[in-house]
Design a protein. Structure first.
Length: 532
């Protein structure tokens, strides 16, 4: 009998996932740690990383829904395993839970925000049979918390999901931004003085709460966003994937006609690579992973669905960004405290949004290295960035031709035809828009090849310098040096003199050294040479 597995694509309700027989990766050991330590917590994670499901799970725990965490068989005959927290000494008392969810809306105006806040407060006023005597949000919220405590005999639990959604969509509109900030402050300013009435507080978002000025009074919030103890609280770790989801990888491999290890390698390349602490624990993108398991196809799922227009608008107002400037770059501790709406520094914005992740940490100088987490994000970001590097719609046809030429190159190893296609593409860039510099052509070529899915790195370090581009093909490695108003022979000589190829000698794939000469007069490649 074939094994059936259901994957919760787009489902954020813990109760629905368990009762309807969907696969759930058990996070309740970390949840148990949080709720028994009892601090007010804040967690920052990218969009579609499971924050809403985490909030739903916390709500079920505090509502005493023990039956959802025990082993049981669903109505459709699927066996759900017992979860960790059901094996602990948790008492399963029922607490009054007050949950705000700002993630489920498509409009971000002040009236919509006011309606959302008012409907949430009204729901709990009805639940506790409260007749509101005040119009202000803060007084109504305070009254709900106190009355819930009084009626149940247990302190209240407050959960705020995606607190910054409206703030992020108001950036750039000062009037809207201030209006959103005022409404939020009027609601949540009451939390600090109500410690005696609160059992647990949990707030999630994309951006760091201290940057938004909404919870300025809540200095007791413990920010666990970059703590090793909680780095796998959202997302799926390597260990969870290869243990709890081992069967799922096997099923996907069978669909694809591959071995288990071949499929795991492809999943890792496409969706792994996130690190949310100095511990560098590998975390997979849960949205893409679940979609891949459900569809049987390892495609790009997260980038388009998780890229809000507000982020693109924000990036367009920043200084020009090139892929070589943001992949593998150092970032000091202090950079993470830059306000989200600052247009001077893209790195914190890109990190918090999930487009960059921690690649390394130097304890001596207290400096992070940030870079793209995986192939999916690298491709998606490069494709979006293309319009900023070369914002000419008329070159899309030439871009498509170059795309086809690249994949022909992958199949045939015909370097000459591929370089002819590169020349044809550069010839299509209008004179008045091309930045006549080596850096421009270098960045444009790197961005395009990255968008095509090439395994390519820029400024690859060696003992004596940095190679401009290293292109890793299935059967060959190409080391490319670009010279501007110089000769291809000079470019090849630099590869040899600085030993750029030495680090790849044990790889097993043949190495081809490529020297490319650009001309400022021609604004294109004038000659190239290779040494195999």
């Amino acid at each position: 009998m074939a094994v059936k597995r259901k994957y919760p694509v787009g489902i954020q309700s813990f109760e629905s996932i368990r009762m309807d027989g969907y696969v759930y990766v058990d996070k309740t050991s970390l949840i148990y740690k949080m709720i028994t330590e009892g601090c007010p917590y804040f967690l920052c994670r990218p969009r579609r990383f499971g924050k809403s499901l985490l909030c739903s799970t916390l709500e079920a725990v505090f509502l005493g829904r023990r039956e959802l965490f025990e082993a049981f068989t669903t109505e459709n005959g699927i066996e759900q395993p017992q979860l960790f927290i059901a094996t602990t000494d948790w008492k399963w008392d029922t607490y009054p839970v007050i949950r705000f969810d700002f993630s489920m809306t498509g409009m971000y105006t002040i009236p919509v925000l006011e309606q959302l806040i008012d409907s949430t407060l009204s729901r709990y006023e009805q639940q506790y049979d409260i007749t509101p005597l005040f119009k202000g949000y803060s007084l109504r919220f305070e009254n709900i918390i106190k009355e819930a405590h009084h009626q149940t005999g247990r302190r209240a639990v407050v959960i705020v999901d995606e607190y910054d959604t409206f703030m992020l969509h108001s950036i750039g509109d000062k009037e809207l931004e201030e209006g959103v900030r005022q409404r939020f402050s009027s609601v949540f300013s009451v939390l600090k003085p109500l410690d005696d009435h609160l059992r647990f507080v949990f707030i999630t978002g994309i951006s760091k709460f201290s940057q938004m000025g909404i919870f300025s009074g809540l200095n007791q919030l413990k920010n666990i966003s970059m703590l090793k103890d909680y780095d796998t609280l959202c997302g799926i770790s390597e260990e969870e994937l290869t243990t709890q989801m081992h069967l799922d990888i096997e099923l996907l491999a069978k669909k694809r006609g591959e071995t288990y290890h071949e499929t795991l390698t492809q999943l890792k390349n496409a969706y792994d690579g996130y690190h949310f602490s100095r511990g560098m624990t590998d975390v997979y993108n849960p949205f893409s992973l679940v979609n891949a398991l459900d569809s049987g196809e390892i495609n790009d799922y997260w980038f388009d669905s998780a890229t809000p227009s507000a982020l693109i608008d924000m990036l367009s107002k920043m200084p020009p960004i090139e892929l070589t400037d943001i992949d593998g770059v150092p970032c000091p501790n202090t950079a993470f405290d830059v306000p989200f709406d600052s247009y001077e520094e893209p790195l914190p914005v890109l990190y918090q949004s999930g487009y960059l992740t921690i690649k390394d940490y130097d304890r001596e100088v207290k400096e992070y290295t940030l870079g793209f987490p995986n192939a999916e994000v690298r491709r998606g970001f490069a494709n979006s960035l293309y319009q900023y590097v070369n914002p000419v719609r008329g070159t899309d046809e030439d871009k498509s031709a170059l795309y086809q030429a690249y994949y022909d190159f992958v199949d045939t190893d015909n370097l000459s035809a591929f370089i002819d296609a590169i020349k044809a593409f550069f010839a299509s860039v209008p004179y008045h828009l091309a930045d006549n510099s080596e850096r421009h052509y270098h960045a444009l070529l790197y961005t395009l090849l990255t968008a095509f899915g090439a395994d390519i790195s820029a400024e690859e370090p060696s003992a004596k310098g940095r190679a401009d581009l290293v292109l890793r093909m299935p059967t060959h490695i190409y080391i490319i040096e670009i010279k501007y108003d110089a000769t291809a022979a000079e470019a090849l000589a630099q590869i040899d003199q600085r030993g750029y190829a030495d680090k790849y000698l044990t790889d097993g794939r043949p190495i081809t050294k490529v020297g490319i000469a650009f001309s400022s007069q021609e604004r294109n490649i004038t000659e190239w040479r290779c040494d195999r």
